[in-house]
Design a protein around this ligand. Structure first.
Ligand SMILES: NC(=O)c1ccc[n+]([C@@H]2O[C@H](COP(=O)([O-])OP(=O)(O)OC[C@H]3O[C@@H](n4cnc5c(N)ncnc54)[C@H](OP(=O)(O)O)[C@@H]3O)[C@@H](O)[C@H]2O)c1
Length: 356
């Protein structure tokens, strides 16, 4: 039996994503084969496609950080899990496929009745947001925070979880995202037409307690300026390296896994020697998962619980069939996407009908 899988054939633009039809993978000893119900699309996939994310695999590779799926077949030695069970996983790469084989310990059970597209949004985006809020920044009710990219995947998750924690929130976004940011309880700042540091000073006088900065580069210094004395910037990405979804510096077509992390580290180190008692603290979901796998599981289960209680509601920008992975990357690269793009393999049949 065959299945569809997306592969990146070279480091570069969305044309690097090819649709492959091949035999379904067989689970090895200790592995479980999962039929994917929803795979998340996120900026880290775009950065890996360009070859600059620290987790970029060697070519050819299948992108896809996170998935929700149904257990389909068990490898030898697997017990305590049944075909038909719904599970979540964060393989970091490989989720853009109809079938995926993963080691059993990687799987987290998903409560019944959740929408797979909403549930998959909780894995990369909401765990990142939750852990940055509660494990890195350790926010307290009433604190002021500035969220960059507030209408995006991680940004909307920070807003929803920040509201539950009673934070006063400001969010940078381009104009199409402003109403989503205010609906989620944030005060939007149009970073394309306003100086966000001046706006934060005007609105708060002394500055914010925490800035969540996934933009990186020189934006980090500006984020630092928006802090009150003693505040901190949580540094977690480098969106500024992209322009229109491609490398802003022009594509090299090579794999540079350590360069961005080294650049971020140099910013953080420089900030230690600057006055004002302001800190820059890095956050990485994959590093924390490797160091504290129990936190990852616990935090994901807490988020599933919040979703079941309807205390959070991920914004789904688009649900697309797997074969439209390239369009998904093009959309994300263009900007202005509000919330999360999700690939839904089951939409394939409908897509084949409507696109001939
Ligand atoms: N460290 C970790 O563990 C971790 C985990 C997940 C994600 N990340 C990182 O987090 C970042 C966001 O990921 P995502 O998947 O949420 O991306 P996303 O959904 O594309 O959201 C990014 C948002 O940033 C906005 N934006 C772009 N340039 C901006 C600027 N200069 N100032 C303010 N906003 C700007 C974009 O909107 P407009 O262009 O329309 O303004 C977009 O809404 C990426 O760098 C990603 O690699 C890190």
């Amino acid at each position: 039996m065959t299945h569809t899988r997306i592969v990146v054939t070279h480091y570069g633009g969305p044309d690097a994503l090819q649709v492959l039809e091949e035999e379904r993978p067989e689970p090895q000893r200790g592995e479980v084969r999962i039929k994917v119900l929803a795979a998340g699309v996120a900026l880290p996939d775009v950065l890996a496609r360009e070859g600059i994310h620290p987790e970029t695999p060697r070519l050819p590779f299948t992108p896809g950080w996170d998935l929700i799926g149904v257990v389909d077949r068990l490898g030898d030695g697997v017990s305590a899990i049944e075909p038909g069970q719904i599970v979540a996983a964060m393989p970091i790469s490989g989720a853009y496929a109809e079938f995926v084989c993963l080691p059993q310990p990687e799987l987290v059970p998903v409560p019944a009745g959740l929408d797979p597209a909403e549930a998959v949004s909780l894995i990369l985006n909401y765990i990142t947001a939750y852990q940055m809020l509660h494990r890195s920044a350790k926010v307290r009710p009433g604190q002021r925070v500035l969220i960059h990219g507030a209408a995006g995947g991680v940004g909307t998750a920070l807003l929803q979880l920040g509201r539950l924690s009673g934070l006063e929130m400001y969010g940078t976004c381009s104009s199409p995202g402003a109403s989503a940011v205010s609906d989620l309880g944030g005060i939007p700042i149009d970073y394309k037409n306003q100086d966000f540091v001046k706006e934060i000073r005007r609105l708060t006088r002394e500055g914010v307690d925490v800035v969540f900065d996934g933009i990186g580069g020189n934006n980090l210094w500006r984020s630092r300026e928006a802090l009150r004395p003693g505040g901190k910037v949580i540094v977690y990405g480098f969106t500024s390296r992209l322009q229109g979804g491609r490398l802003a510096s022009g594509g090299s077509g090579r794999r540079h896994r350590f360069r961005e992390a080294a650049i971020l580290a140099s910013y953080i180190a420089r900030s230690w020697f600057m006055p004002g008692g302001k800190r820059m603290t890095p956050y990485s979901i994959q590093t924390l998962k490797r160091l504290k796998p129990a936190w990852f599981r616990k935090d994901l289960l807490a988020l599933f619980d919040l979703l079941q209680q309807q205390k959070i509601k991920p914004l789904i920008a688009q649900r697309l069939p797997l074969s439209m992975a390239r369009s998904a990357h093009e959309l994300l690269g263009k900007g202005g996407v509000i919330g999360k793009i999700v690939l839904v393999p089951a939409l394939e049949g409908a897509a084949k009908q409507s696109f001939g």
